[in-house]
Design a protein. Structure first.
Lengths: 166, 260
């Protein structure tokens, strides 16, 4: 049973390579270690993050998929559900018992039948629709709620930065 | 403590090192027993001690002792219903070859049924493989100790729990037109499965029990030890069936019962 996490991660990598979801690339940093992945996520069209390409890391626990991975953007990104250090805070990344309050009741939770693909798709939706009810970055949540033009301006700068244009 | 120290008299006949070791071993054993996912069969004395000051529960334990020989304690980790049910049923299968044949076919088929419901194959197959591995062990007539060992191996045991959770989720989704009537706050059946069934450590309620017993057609009796009356109250799922497995429920927790 010791190899079950590895087996599952290899299956997920294969699945993502054969059937990549639009705007997402993900895989192990080094094929010698399937527990550390990197991902590139494209900002969804018609959102403040449109056109940006944002790098992130995924770190899987030894008992994956019983427990979820941790995900962290490795670039600067100003967003209500992303901590200052880049850590992503959405419900699908939480095991039951450590769900912070404030998730919408319909939001997806982690379970062993979720997948890297489902996480990344949830992150894309999160970029499109921030949830200011459960803020990881209070400043970003406030700006999103009270000063949308300022939020748009910061997001645009983030997009340009991600493309190496700044 | 201070008084004990003052009265302490060295006894040259006693080997204190050995006594210390024995005591240490006893504590270690106690921790292992207390923390095992599924215990050996035990009598009801632990339960009596636990509720020593509770007159109502003492009466209920007396009633329990008139009907049941012993119990197995299950670790309280939110998965106890699945672990208790899974182990008690597999234990039953070791001595029931006809039921075994029926269940083996149901279990084999169940993966395709889940895929047909929309579960992605690669997310469920490791759990199904592990589940079938244990069923193969039962077919090869493994010993009860082997079965207990499998269920006490954390990862192995958790994989079995996951698969039982998936069977519950699959049945609820297949019969969603019926179960939608029991959803609260406008939740869909799929959302309920995603929040309350599929994640590990989420506790089970009647709806989970009904779904699991129906999904694999294995009736269960649950003896409820709660506040009402002086006796334990038996409830069979489904009503009027002949249960293959008997569990005891105390608020928030399930253990396995064995009849006299």
């Amino acid at each position: 049973m010791a190899g079950s996490a590895l087996k599952r991660l290899m299956a997920e990598y294969k699945q993502l390579t054969l059937n990549p979801p639009e705007g997402i690339i993900a895989g192990p940093v080094d094929e010698e270690n399937f527990f550390e992945w990197e991902a590139l996520i494209t900002g969804p069209d018609e959102t403040y993050f449109e056109g940006g390409v944002f790098p992130a890391s995924l770190t899987f626990p030894p008992d994956y998929p019983l427990s979820p991975p941790k995900m962290k953007f490795t670039c600067d990104i100003f967003h209500p559900n992303i901590y200052n250090d880049g850590k992503v805070c959405i419900s699908i990344l939480h095991a039951p018992g450590d769900d912070p309050m404030g998730y919408e009741s319909s939001a997806e939770r982690w379970s062993p039948v979720q997948s890297v693909e489902k996480i990344l798709l949830s992150v894309v939706s999160m970029l499109a629709e921030p949830n200011d009810e459960s803020a990881a970055n209070v400043d970003a949540a406030k700006t999103w709620r009270d000063n949308r033009p300022k939020f748009a301006e910061i997001a645009e700068r983030t997009v340009k930065q991600s493309l190496g244009l700044l | 403590m201070a008084e004990e120290k003052e009265n302490f008299a060295y006894d040259p006949e006693v080997n204190y090192d050995e006594a210390t070791l024995a005591q240490q071993k006893k504590i270690e054993q106690q921790i292992v027993t207390e923390q095992s996912l599924i215990s050996e069969r035990v009598d009801f004395s632990e339960l009596e001690d636990e509720y020593a000051k509770d007159e109502v529960f003492q009466l209920k334990i007396k009633d329990l002792k008139s009907k049941y020989a012993c119990m197995r304690k299950i670790r309280g980790d939110g998965n106890c219903f699945y672990r208790a049910f899974g182990f008690a049923y597999m234990e039953k299968l070791l001595s029931d070859p006809t039921e075994f044949k029926r269940f083996q076919a149901v279990a084999r088929q169940s993966k395709d049924d889940l895929v047909a419901l929309g579960f992605q194959q690669f997310t469920i197959e490791d759990f199904h493989d592990t589940f079938m591995e244990v069923i193969d062990k039962v077919e090869q007539n493994c010993s009860l100790e082997d079965l207990l060992q499998v269920f006490n191996d954390q990862v192995y045991s958790d994989y079995l729990v996951v698969y039982l959770r998936l069977l519950v989720s699959g049945y609820l989704q297949k019969e969603k037109d019926f179960f939608i009537n029991f959803m609260e706050g406008g939740q869909s059946v799929k959302e309920f499965c995603n929040h309350e069934v599929e994640p590990m450590s989420k506790e089970s309620d009647h709806i989970h029990i009904i779904a699991l017993t129906s999904a694999i057609d294995v009736p269960v009796r649950i003896e409820y030890m709660d506040r009402g009356g002086d006796n334990v109250n038996a409830h069979d799922f489904p009503e009027g069936s002949s249960p293959k497995v008997t569990l005891i429920y105390r608020p928030g927790h399930y253990d396995i019962l064995y009849t006299l």
